[in-house]
Design a binder for this molecule. Structure first.
Ligand SMILES: [Zn+2]
Ligand SMILES: [Zn+2]
Length: 255
């Protein structure tokens, strides 16, 4: 649930609601009686927030959740594989660079040891060691190292940002009932497949589409006017490409 008992210190889920004030009061079982005692002059209408779920709706929710679980498994595996690939590549590159720097340091140490012990330098006619080159080489390495650091920082920050966005959606299916605002809006977009009786319900939380063939008299147009009306109904009027529409037969749809 996205909301808790109205008593400030209480984090329990509410079980009852009351319309004795301008705004609904939501109360857990521990505080329902307190609400009556604290507002004894009010005209209370304490009601349960729960009702038996119709068999059809129960089956629909179970089916929907089952599908989403399957989707979650695939997405989780996909992300896990992606992380595994990244970890393997990063480990490989780290090992390769460790080896490269180890060899470079050993090579330089070898030069130091050689000239220290032997007091000689290599001399080949036409060939000379350029100290300047060694210095430029260090600068170049430093440049690439900073690039790697910067790319790694960006990479990690991006991964963190997207990972946090996923985790922010902790409750995918929130029972969102905006009693304080417009009680008739839910998380769906509604419409008909143009020129058919196929009613389409797009869930903006799960991004899933549900299609239902409705038992209505006439095929429906698209881009119609619609609004949700009390008692879980949808009023649907007009639409493009609707020939000979009879507005008196515009469907009111149970949702
Ligand atoms: Zn409470
Ligand atoms: Zn009340």
């Amino acid at each position: 649930m996205i909301f808790s008992c109205d008593v400030l210190s209480c984090s329990n889920s509410p079980k009852y609601y009351c319309k004795c004030k301008v705004q609904y009061s939501f109360l857990c079982s521990n505080h329902a009686l307190q609400h009556l005692d604290d507002n004894e002059n009010s005209d209370h209408a304490l009601k349960s927030m729960f009702r038996p779920i119709p068999q059809e709706k129960k089956a629909f929710i179970i089916d929907m959740c089952t599908h989403v679980i399957e989707d979650l498994k695939k997405i989780e595996k996909n992300i896990s594989n992606s992380f595994q690939r990244a970890i393997i590549i990063l480990n490989e590159q780290k090992a390769a660079l460790d080896k490269y720097f180890r060899e470079q340091k050993e090579s330089l140490q070898h030069i130091i040891n050689k000239i220290t012990n032997e007091n000689k330098e290599i001399f080949v006619p036409g060939f000379s060691v350029q100290e300047e080159y060694q210095s430029n080489y260090s600068c170049l390495l430093q440049f690439f190292a900073e690039k790697i650091n910067s790319k790694t920082d960006n990479f990690v920050q991006n991964i963190q940002a997207y990972s946090e966005k996923i985790q922010e959606k902790k409750e995918i299916f929130t029972y969102y009932l905006d009693f304080r605002g417009n009680a008739n809006l839910d998380e769906h977009l509604y419409g008909f497949k143009r020129g058919t009786k196929t009613f389409i319900m797009f869930n903006t939380l799960t991004l899933s589409i549900n299609k239902t063939e409705l038992n209505i008299d006439i095929n429906q147009g698209s881009l119609a006017c619609l609004c949700q009306i009390p008692n879980n109904k949808l009023f649907y009027l007009g639409g493009i490409n609707l020939i000979n529409q009879d507005h008196t037969r515009t469907p009111t749809i149970n949702i």
